[in-house]
Design a protein around this ligand. Structure first.
Ligand SMILES: Cc1cc2nc3c(=O)[nH]c(=O)nc-3n(C[C@H](O)[C@H](O)[C@H](O)COP(=O)(O)O)c2cc1C
Length: 233
């Protein structure tokens, strides 16, 4: 099958999405589309190179927002019905809000709009699916209560991307998620994958609920649910 997979800038379900993509790649042609935030957040979690490795070849490209122009000619493939399936996982609340309002001014929202026009079945895996609290994981974080403000910061010295301002913070836009800082700090002051609980906003849950009425769109709770769909195809 020819599958298009969009990744937006959500940390939640990101690793699960990449792992599932790696598995799908064995049997299918996959084009990966990244929103601008999707690219940044993949790097923060150290997953960008894995996504790059999945890509390569015709209909197996890595399509990056910042390398596209405003008219998104690549998404013409959807209006021409060239894909069997479009998956967006994970999907941020921002992208959901745009989709349900018919906005198509980013690579991913444009892909979803064109998929609708080309009758390409679309599966969306939103982060903000159910009201209440959600446990998720952070990328690398400098824990100031553990940081000893050493004269020479081992974590900063180990960082190949100069992302750490010692005793202050990690610049996540510089961070590539390699984890060298975490193993270098003798005081374990840099965490990676720390769990936090976030609260789902009503507006985001309401937007997601509108997706259930979209023709041609399935709303799923985990990327692995795509497997069921593929088996039925
Ligand atoms: C580390 C990190 C994790 C994030 N995780 C989420 C998330 O799980 N869900 C979400 O809606 N936004 C999340 N965001 C915020 C989005 O990246 C941001 O709203 C962005 O503008 C979304 O753009 P996009 O929808 O075009 O990808 C995260 C941002 C960062 C820096």
């Amino acid at each position: 099958m020819k599958i298009a997979w969009g990744i937006t800038g959500a940390g939640h379900l990101l690793q699960d999405s990449v792992e599932f993509l790696e598995m799908l790649k064995k049997d299918h042609k996959i084009t990966i589309f990244l929103s601008g935030a999707g690219e940044e957040v993949l790097k923060m979690y150290g997953l960008f190179d894995r996504v790059k490795k999945i890509s390569g070849g015709y209909y197996q490209e890595l399509v990056i927002e910042k390398e596209q122009r405003s008219s998104y000619p690549m998404t013409g493939r959807f209006s021409l019905g060239k894909y069997d399936l479009l998956v967006v996982s994970p999907t941020t609340s921002n992208t959901i809000a745009k989709i349900v309002n018919g906005i198509a001014d980013t690579l991913i929202t444009n892909a979803v709009a064109q998929a609708g026009k080309g009758k390409v079945p679309t599966s969306i895996i939103p982060v903000d699916l159910e009201s209440g609290d959600l446990d998720t994981v952070l990328p690398s974080k400098l824990e100031l209560d553990l940081c000893q403000k050493c004269d020479t910061c081992e974590a900063a010295a180990a960082c190949p991307n100069q992302a750490i301002t010692p005793g202050v913070e990690i610049n996540l836009l510089q961070c590539k998620g390699c984890g060298a800082c975490q193993i270098s700090c003798p005081f374990d002051a840099v965490t990676g994958g720390k769990k936090i609980t976030i609260h789902m906003r009503d507006i985001d849950i309401e937007n997601t609920s509108k997706l259930f009425n979209f023709p041609g769109v399935d709303v799923l709770s985990h990327p692995s649910e795509i497997k069921k769909f593929l088996d039925e195809f």
